[in-house]
Design a protein around this ligand. Structure first.
Ligand code: PGA
Length: 254
């Protein structure tokens, strides 16, 4: 089965209107027409820039996603929050859920992440579910247990069928923003493990599930990661803020 290959730029809390415009303009020009392209590029800017980025991307094959959403579906008195429906409304097709920075810095539990995953799907968005172990957990031999807990929290809440309309991203916390990438073999091992967890419930859904790698992906290491059997693209932070570097990663997926 051929799986969709996705290269996602997670801008995090970076940029300005002017810098975002320059970045999008360069990416548009470099991404080409898209027809027949082996991979899809997707940008996840901060909420406030979504409508502008959508405008700048008009007519280009580059997609739009958000970095987070409210765990509550519908509308209501949730000051400061942004719903999945609003993200759809401004042109997003995807949304990141459970990024390790959300889990670690904003206290998001597995239950909250599962609620966000479901809220995203209820709004018609494709959730990009992030999972990953810390350095301490890896060194303590806990990697598989942590990943299994994080994946099963969503499987148990949403059901395996929900994974047919989702993407998973494996992002070892120790590799995010540190310049210390997982080796292709280390990443492949965990990707295969994730696919196995899903396959135990539905082999067809597991075979079609795109699993991205994230954590210090760069132009120089992307190709070796993307050639691994179970790595179906990348979730890129720092390197997605520099057009030439991000395009190099995109081309490495071809
Ligand atoms: P990084 O971030 O590429 O800067 O390591 C990846 C991520 O957090 O999604």
């Amino acid at each position: 089965m051929t799986r969709k290959v996705l290269i996602v730029g997670n801008w995090k809390m970076n940029g300005s209107l002017a810098a975002s415009r320059a970045l999008v303009t360069a990416l548009r020009a470099g991404a080409g027409a898209g027809a027949g392209a082996p991979a899809t590029l997707l940008l996840c800017p901060p909420y406030v820039y979504l409508p502008a980025v959508r405008e700048w991307l008009q007519g280009s094959p580059v997609g739009l996603g958000a970095q987070d959403l409210c765990d509550k579906a519908g509308a209501g008195a949730f000051t400061g929050e942004v719903s999945g429906a609003m993200l759809r409304d401004v042109g997003c097709s995807h949304v990141i859920v459970g990024h390790s920075e959300r889990r670690a810095l904003y206290g998001e539990s597995d239950a909250v992440v599962a609620a966000k995953f479901q809220a995203a799907q209820q709004a018609g968005l494709v959730p990009i579910l992030c999972v990953g172990e810390t350095l301490e957990e890896r060194e303590g031999g806990q990697t598989r247990a942590v990943i299994e807990r994080q994946v099963k929290a969503v499987l148990d809440a949403a059901g395996v069928a929900a994974l047919a309309k989702a993407v998973v991203a494996y992002e070892p916390v120790w590799a995010i923003g540190t310049g210390r990438t997982a080796t292709p073999e280390q990443a492949q091992e965990v990707h295969a493990f994730i696919r196995g967890i899903v396959a135990a419930r539905d082999a067809t859904i597991a075979a079609g599930l795109s699993i991205l790698y994230g954590g210090s992906v760069k132009g120089a290491n992307a190709r070796n990661l993307f050639t691994m059997n179970d790595i179906d693209g990348g979730l890129v932070g720092g390197a997605s803020l520099a057009a030439a570097e991000f395009l190099e990663i995109f081309r490495a997926a071809g």
